[in-house]
Design a protein around this ligand. Structure first.
Ligand code: ZN
Length: 119
């Protein structure tokens, strides 16, 4: 299971010490519809592979300055009625090189790809 996919996922976590991947639902629903369909498929595959219900339940707490517990802003929790101005304020600017949205940009992928011929 340690092929290129493993390496790519490991790379996504980067140098963080994160043991979990946490994504705000409200932002996931602002991704393109095809992304949401792929994500749902992946989550269903994950659920079909592991009995996560046998693990302790999780509660995600935000941390603020100096790692102290904080509170979620209300707008981030109201996924049924998203405040689009706040959601859109979090959007990354289009790529300066190609002008596409960040998730569509091939420049970033090209920059992150290993050089031809390996390392
Ligand atoms: Zn680009």
């Amino acid at each position: 299971m340690r092929g290129t996919g493993y390496q790519k996922l490991w790379g996504w976590f980067g140098l963080s010490y994160a043991s979990f991947c946490v994504m705000p639902r409200i932002l996931m629903h602002e991704m393109p519809d095809d992304w949401q369909a792929k994500m749902a498929d992946l989550l269903e595959q994950f659920d079909a592979t592991f009995r996560i219900e046998d693990l302790p339940a999780c509660k995600v707490m935000p941390v603020g300055e100096k790692g102290k517990f904080s509170s979620w802003p209300d707008w981030l929790l109201h996924y049924r009625r998203p405040e689009l101005a706040r959601v859109n304020a979090l959007r990354r600017a289009p790529c300066e090189t190609c002008g596409t949205l960040a998730y569509e940009c091939v420049c970033v992928s090209a920059l992150n790809a290993p050089a031809a011929g390996g390392r």
